[in-house]
Design a protein. Structure first.
Lengths: 309, 239
């Protein structure tokens, strides 16, 4: 497990991280969200022992990272923000060097683990290329490769899909997905759909504080129009339908947006059955019945903007 | 130990990945040999010795060693790679020592290129081999002391130019403290203080050695300076 206990980081008088605690077990994929400057990267730097916290404690698999940094650092792989790499080395030189730091010192061991990540991260055709000649996508894959080279039980990644094109993003997601069951993974991102695609837990931090810590589906329920239903119907029926729908107990509000009726339920409950029952009993002619996905961006915006005010 | 070796290997081979290293070696050789020929009067002295060469090393080092030392940490900080390095299972001490050794061996290679001068004097005359050996040992030790200071300066900034200037100024001050002309300028000070200032400099320890007397004192002096600067370097990087 990875555990952060009451982490605090001060830069001078500025408190970048204010009392953050969480715990992560094997099989968890934690999405770390927050606006720029919220303290995501600072938290990750403290988790990995690169920064020492002003107060608080980080344990990686029961090892306190400030007491025994070397042993703790053996337990995880880390992809730092912006993916810093030794640019003048070739991909294979770099990975072999990392392998040595990770304790694979004989040529056979080294070769084996390096070949394995070259395959997993699709680096075969750039293996002899200097890193500074690589495209952003390949760089990111090299960064990923060095993080998973020793098959660590924990993975910490700061914006792993930053700057990648959609195909590459998908490839990184698939890779993380394939490892999710046997590792505990923390990743930070700006992209909310990514959290949905990969994570089973989401933490939002804003101005150094955790403001949300729950599953992505619970997080979605915070959307003001969660479980809303949209009906498309003939204009002549609208007036009548609007009245009938509003009178239902489970309906909070009915909005008429661009000739579509949007029915917003009370307390985010599922109202599909009631609506279908009503429409069929009234024999309304329905053009389309849809249930739009609540957009997480909206929830994120509301949460983080409220904080600022 | 293994980790030190891994860092050493990467850093040392790293010098030869770019043409800068070769340019450095050639310019260093030209500068040190050229100074001993044209300014030091190597041929005019009519002696089968390397004193003209050795006497310029403290000054040549002041310019050249900050150039080697400036990138050690400033570059890692600028490109963020130290975040990668310090989240690997190695300690800052191992990283500092590994990098130092790599740069030091590189400097030893540079200084050893002047061994061509040794061939020259041995063909032209009958040199005092003990003198030459002790001169080279002192030059290597002194290079280590310069380098440790420059490594420390490099760890203080993420800008290589600033690291170079800081290293150059610090080394220059330490050299000047033992330079006779500078000491004459401050001769109004009490003798004890003058001696202390002069003894703090590289120069008296180094010149003793080039005269064939590597004393235990000078040896300890260079090792202490190096160890102290590296220790501070480690402390600076431990955050």
């Amino acid at each position: 497990m990875i555990e952060a206990k009451h982490l605090i980081k001060d830069y001078g008088t500025f408190r970048a991280v204010n009392d953050i605690s969480f715990k992560l077990e094997k099989g968890d994929v934690l999405g770390f969200l927050g606006p720029n400057g919220a303290g995501k990267s600072t938290t990750m730097k403290m988790l990995t022992g690169f920064l020492s916290p002003t107060a608080g404690k980080v344990s990686i698999g029961d090892i306190d990272i400030s007491e025994n940094p070397i042993e703790a650092k053996k337990q995880f792989g880390y992809l730092p923000e912006n993916c810093p790499l030794y640019n003048e080395m070739t991909v294979i030189e770099f990975l072999e060097n990392i392998a040595e730091f990770r304790g694979f010192r004989t040529p056979a061991e080294k070769g084996e683990c390096v070949e394995k990540v070259i395959e997993t991260c699709y680096l075969d055709n750039v293996r002899y290329r200097p890193i500074d000649a690589l495209s952003k996508g390949y760089r990111q894959r090299v960064g990923m490769a060095q993080a998973i080279l020793h098959d660590p039980p924990y993975l910490i990644m700061d914006e792993p899909t930053d700057g990648l094109d959609p195909n590459q993003k998908q490839a990184v997601r698939d890779l993380i997905g394939s490892m999710a069951s046997e590792k505990a993974i923390i990743l930070s991102t700006h992209i909310l759909e990514e959290v949905e695609a990969m994570c089973n837990r989401v933490i939002i931090i804003d101005q150094g504080n955790i403001i949300v810590d729950e599953t992505p589906s619970d997080f979605r329920k915070r959307h003001p129009e969660f479980n809303a239903i949209e009906l498309e119907m003939d204009a002549s029926l609208k007036e009548q339908a609007n009245k009938a729908l509003t009178s239902l107990d489970c309906v909070k509000e009915v909005k008429n947006v661009d000739n579509i009726l949007r029915i917003i339920p009370k307390d985010g409950q599922a109202i599909d059955a009631e609506i279908i029952k009503l429409t069929s009993s009234k024999k309304w002619k329905i053009g389309a019945f849809s249930k739009p996905q609540a957009r997480l961006e909206r929830v994120f915006q509301e949460l983080t903007q409220n904080e600022e005010e | 130990m293994d980790n030190i070796l891994t860092i050493f290997k990467r850093e040392f081979l790293g010098y030869f990945r770019s043409p800068v290293a070769y340019v450095f070696l050639i310019v260093f050789l030209l500068a040190s040999v050229g100074l001993s020929w044209f300014v030091g009067g190597f041929f005019d002295s009519n002696e089968a010795g390397l004193t003209p060469l050795f006497s310029f090393f403290p000054w040549v080092f002041v310019v050249f060693i900050p150039a080697v030392g400036m990138r050690l940490w400033a570059e890692e900080k600028k490109y963020g790679t130290w975040e990668l390095l310090f989240t690997l299972p190695i300690s800052p001490a191992q990283a500092v020592i590994g990098k130092f050794l790599a740069a030091w061996i590189f400097l030893i290679v540079a200084v050893s290129l002047t061994l061509t001068m040794v061939i020259t004097v041995s063909v032209l005359g009958d040199p005092d081999w003990g003198l030459i050996l002790s001169g080279y040992i002192a030059a290597f030790l002194m290079a280590g002391a310069y380098l440790s200071i420059c490594s420390l300066m490099s760890a203080l900034t993420n800008n290589q130019v600033i690291a170079f200037v800081l290293g150059l100024i610090t080394c220059l001050i330490i050299v000047l403290a033992g330079w006779s002309i500078f000491n004459n300028m401050i001769s109004f000070l009490p003798t004890l203080l003058l001696d202390t200032i002069a003894n703090f400099s590289f120069i008296p320890h180094y010149y003793d050695a080039t005269q064939g007397v590597i004393t235990f004192n000078s040896f300890i002096y260079f090792v202490t300076i190096t160890a102290f600067a590296l220790l501070v370097n480690i402390v600076v990087l431990e955050r």
